[in-house]
Design a binder for this molecule. Structure first.
Ligand code: 0PR
Length: 387
């Protein structure tokens, strides 16, 4: 650190120089991100609540009430009237909280001392972190195509199984597991069921309203104990905003530790000091868009998804699967996928590749316009001609 303070102008100049190196969502070139430009109201509100700390909610009872209201509102999207939970930093923290709750519950009420979690192979890597952090064995259920194989899942259950995870909107392909069948199994064996809807939670309910034929995936299934739903993905809130919902308070209670010198004497969250600004921004964006706004967003991104899908098929690329949500994974039978990714990068696109199977993966977020898709298809066509 320098001894002398710098002026505001100097500081901004320096920081802006760094920022210029960053990609911008508005460039329309970021194809592999589940995050996007936050709504203007979310940014404004975030700054207004920048000092509030929900780690000590007694000092910020107003912001705490905002968090509670946001939790209830998100609950209303996934069929639960009075959920318990928190606005957290993102999907990882939400999944960590769910796995910690399930482990502690199994330990306290079922005497499970060597807890196991069963996840599909398509699960996000945050579950690997959870297994490592909480001393749980990660058991991967096989896939049936690109969804969890429900029979394999049931075969993996044993007396140590503390939790089963289903995914509503997989990270790589945006597919929705058969949560209904998985819920039956969880109920039959009396096992905690967590649904990771980090991506799908802010899309599936609105597409369902429009008549999309998706299976039940939420708290309408009584075996579902918790859900992850991220406002900073399709919720259009600021980073960091995740959300963990629990069906029952007992799942928060089994994680509570004493916090004697705080205004509230117990704490269940993983982090201590935590931003109230994320809660305020998330509530603001939900109130500003309303169901109507999210419905329009969901339909718009699905429309662009279909435009991309059809365009790809027209120019000789193959899709891994028919998209269920706004993620398109594709490849070309004559071009190595990593090489294709390099060629796209050379043309200014920022792509990501899926691992299972290897493919280019486009998450059709709000910041990708129809013109961007047209330009991408032109580049892909040129690439395939030059091979
Ligand atoms: N659950 C699912 C189903 C996810 O897809 C993700 C993240 C998480 C949990 C974890 O969420 P956080 O990253 O909020 O902790 N999925 C994206 C991924 O890993 C996140 C992402 C976002 C990646 C923006 C890149 C990017 O530019 O692919």
């Amino acid at each position: 650190m320098d001894r002398k303070p710098k002026s505001k102008e100097e500081i901004f100049e320096e920081l802006e120089q760094y920022q210029e190196k960053d990609m911008k969502y508005s460039d329309g070139r970021i194809l592999g991100s589940m995050c996007t430009e936050a709504e203007p109201i979310a940014k404004e509100v975030f700054y207004k609540f920048i000092n509030s700390n929900l780690g000590d909610p007694g000092l910020f009872p107003g912001t705490k009430a905002i968090e509670d209201k946001a939790i209830k509102m998100i609950g209303s999207l996934v069929s639960i009237d009075d959920p318990y939970g928190h606005i957290v930093t993102g999907g990882t923290e939400a999944n960590l909280m769910a796995m910690r709750a399930a482990r502690n519950y199994a330990r306290r009420y079922k005497n499970i001392t060597e807890p196991e979690m069963i996840v599909p192979k398509s699960a996000h890597f945050s579950f690997k972190k959870a297994a490592d952090m909480f001393g749980m064995k990660l058991v991967e259920a096989d896939m049936d195509g690109y969804l969890i194989d429900v029979n394999s899942l049931e075969n993996k259950i044993n007396k140590n199984t503390a939790v089963i995870v289903a995914i509503a909107g997989t990270t790589e392909l945006g597919l929705i597991d058969n949560v209904e069948e998985i819920a039956e199994i969880a109920k039959k064996h009396d096992i905690y069921l967590h649904v990771d809807a980090a991506f799908g939670g802010f899309v599936i309910p609105f597409l369902k309203e429009e008549g999309y034929d998706f299976p039940k995936f939420d708290f309408s299934l009584d075996a579902v104990c918790s859900m992850t739903i991220d406002p900073h993905k399709m919720g259009l809130s600021v980073i960091p905003s995740g959300c963990i919902l629990f069906r029952d308070k007992k799942y928060l209670d089994v994680m509570a530790v004493k916090a004697p010198y705080l205004t509230k004497k117990e704490q269940s969250t993983i982090v201590g000091t935590r931003s109230g600004a994320s809660s305020a921004a998330t509530l603001a964006v939900m109130e500003s868009l309303g169901r109507e706004g999210y419905r329009k967003l969901a339909l718009d991104v699905m429309d662009k998804t279909m435009m991309l899908k059809e365009g790809l098929e027209d120019i000789g690329y193959d899709l891994v699967v028919e998209p269920q949500l706004n993620i398109v994974a594709f490849y070309h039978k004559d071009i190595d996928t990593d090489y294709l990714a390099d060629l796209l990068e050379q043309r200014g696109w920022r792509v990501s590749t899926s691992f299972y199977p290897k493919a280019i993966r486009v998450i059709v977020m709000k910041h990708i316009s129809r013109d961007n898709i047209r330009d991408l298809l032109v580049d892909l066509k040129a690439i395939s001609y030059n091979i």
